[in-house]
Design a protein around this ligand. Structure first.
Ligand code: ZN
Length: 162
């Protein structure tokens, strides 16, 4: 287990674009493992490299349903549904902050897995939402700028009883 330090709101790195990964070496594999550990420690559904200070195009996702755990290298959205949905989101880099954003209901994503094999994911609903959120991070975009006005809220975990 290796937990990496998270980058939070106000850190300029979150606005930067991540670079393509050209070689999936042991450092990338270690990074992926650490990112999974870090995401799990903070109960996140997804994490992008930039959120642990690494400007490389890598994301991890886990929906905690035993089948939806992914490590994706150089993920790219190649198709998006026209149908959009308004969904509640939060982000490990923006603790306790939530708001509704518009996302495509479904997406098709191409990426590489950790063995360098090409993978295609056809995702809808929560998985599609998580993929869009994490791929935005790789482009220096965060959910905060996309929040639909009037839906932003701060939930204080101590008051929430969590
Ligand atoms: Zn995020």
């Amino acid at each position: 287990m290796a937990i990496r330090e998270l980058r939070y709101e106000g850190d300029e790195i979150l606005k930067k674009k991540s670079r393509e990964i050209e070689v999936i070496d042991d450092r990338i594999k270690q990074l992926a493992e650490d990112m999974l550990d870090t995401m799990h420690k903070y109960d996140g559904l997804g994490l992008a490299g930039v959120q642990v200070g690494v400007l490389k195009r890598i994301i991890v996702i886990d929906l905690y349903d035993d089948v939806s755990q992914f490590v994706l290298i150089n993920p790219e959205i190649v198709e998006k549904s026209e149908e959009m949905v308004e969904v509640q989101e939060g982000c490990l880099s923006y603790p306790n902050q939530f708001g509704k954003v518009k996302r495509a209901l479904s997406v098709k994503v191409k990426a590489l897995d950790l063995d360098g094999k090409k993978v295609t994911l056809e995702a809808k609903e929560l998985l599609a939402q998580a993929l869009q959120h994490e791929i935005d991070h790789l482009n220096g975009e965060t959910f905060k700028e996309k929040i639909i006005p009037g839906t932003f809220e701060i939930v204080n975990p101590s008051e929430d009883g969590k």
